[in-house]
Design a protein around this ligand. Structure first.
Ligand code: CS2
Ligand code: MG
Length: 405
């Protein structure tokens, strides 16, 4: 089953997605997601110019060897562009192997460890009452876990919630440059305690609550936040501080028992090795698209399981339905699965482009038994949704200092 052709598509059915199609000589093909938000064309060019020519004629069955060839075989290891490219090829090869075997990918990984995949949904509001109205609707719709985010009073914009990116699911308009947003830790602290106090009072205790800080706090501020939120029993606090220096999490950990999650921007197991091995986190949030595909997420899951760290893959709207399918197969298998982030099955245009076979019911996702990943990409529809340059916002403190993402 030799690889005959590799096609790369950059489309925008409301958001930009980079999609790879690996086609074999016998006609079986596989699909992969290589979307790198705000840097899509870099990955597409890397795939087209540097990766595809090396893979033509290789056996599509050699998933591990091709992964090693693209990682070890290249002088420039790791990196967001490189690993997104490897990820897409890897997903497509697992898809092909499943189709050739007539089995869904989860069967190739070791079979089902659970009935379905528990999801957490997003409640984003312009104020606390608005956030909690949305959370209540999600709870009534059957979601067992909900992430709460609320606009910060006194700031013009709050990422994903209020202002330019109010609609988190769409592109940032057609701005030629990244929008800039202000951040104030003091104003944030004045809001966030109330958000969770009111949430427990209104939603009760039979729902899991989560929160994403988008790395805006220093480690000692994260420790303070963790202690402040302990009474509200969060499932996890996400991206409290950056962990380029993985020791940062020692500071947080020694002060608070709040469960910690991180990893949506990580590219390899090396980015989270110390965090996992030293049990400084409870959930690892790597995405198949950004951390090297199914092959490397499986490796991270097995490593994490040795240290009581659970998988909670990233599930933002800038990951394509192919990534969601890859996660669903990993999630249904991984013995140490925790929870999957979920923002819906995509808008109408995206559903035209990607045919997903996963079903969602009562806050759970169910993987179909279709061979491979069970998701397809409509090449003909792709032309209707051309790429549009778009950026994530940049964060600055109120005095203008550039701040963490
Ligand atoms: C967020 C993401 O879903 C999340 O946890 O942190 O939406 C993130 O901001 C985007 O994926 C950025 O590309
Ligand atoms: Mg996040």
């Amino acid at each position: 089953m030799k690889i005959k052709q590799i096609k790369v598509f950059v489309c925008s059915p409301g958001r930009n997605f980079v999609t790879v199609k690996v086609i074999t000589e016998c006609g079986i093909y596989g699909v992969g997601d290589a979307t790198l938000n705000g840097r899509e064309q870099a990955v597409a060019t890397y795939l087209q110019e540097h990766v595809a020519p090396c893979l033509i004629g290789r056996s599509a069955h050699d998933i591990e060897d091709i992964w090693q060839y693209l990682y070890r075989g290249v002088y420039w290891r790791k990196g967001a562009v490189n690993m997104a490219a490897i990820a897409a090829i890897d997903m497509a090869l697992w898809d092909i192997k499943g189709k050739a075997a007539g089995l869904p990918v989860y069967q190739l990984l070791g079979g089902k460890s659970r009935k379905g995949v528990t999801l957490y949904a997003h409640a984003n509001g312009e104020n606390i009452a608005d956030t909690l109205d949305k959370a209540e609707q999600l709870k009534n719709a059957g979601f067992k876990a909900i992430r709460l985010q609320s606009a910060i009073p006194g700031l013009a914009v709050t990422y994903g919630v209020l202002g330019d990116k109010k609609d988190y699911f769409e592109l940032q308009g057609n701005r030629p440059l990244p929008p800039e947003e202000e951040w104030s830790t003091q104003k944030y602290f004045a809001m966030v305690g109330d958000l969770f106090a009111q949430a427990r009072a209104r939603l009760g205790n039979d729902v899991e609550l989560l929160h994403d800080v988008h790395s805006r706090l220093t480690p000692i501020e994260s420790a303070r936040l963790g202690k402040m939120l302990e009474p509200y029993n969060l499932m996890f606090l996400e991206d409290a501080s950056m962990a380029e220096n993985q020791d940062n999490y020692q500071v947080i950990r020694q002060h608070t028992t709040i469960p910690l999650a991180i990893g949506e921007t990580y590219n390899t197991i090396w980015d989270c090795k110390d965090l996992i091995q030293n049990q400084l986190i409870d959930y690892i949030r790597v995405a198949a698209t950004h951390a090297g595909g199914i092959t490397s997420l499986r490796r991270i899951a097995d490593f994490a399981s040795l240290y009581n760290v659970k998988m909670a893959p990233h599930g933002a709207p800038d990951l394509s339905p192919i990534c969601f399918a890859a996660h669903s197969h990993l999630n249904i298998w991984a013995p140490n699965f925790g929870i999957q982030e979920f923002v819906g099955l995509g808008n109408e245009q995206s559903q035209q482009l990607f045919q997903q076979s996963i079903t969602v019911e009562n806050g759970m996702a169910y993987v179909s038994d279709a061979p491979g990943l069970g998701v397809d990409f409509n090449e003909e529809a792709a032309e209707q949704f051309p790429y549009k340059r778009s950026y994530l916002p940049v964060s600055r403190l109120e005095d203008g200092t550039l701040w963490n993402w």
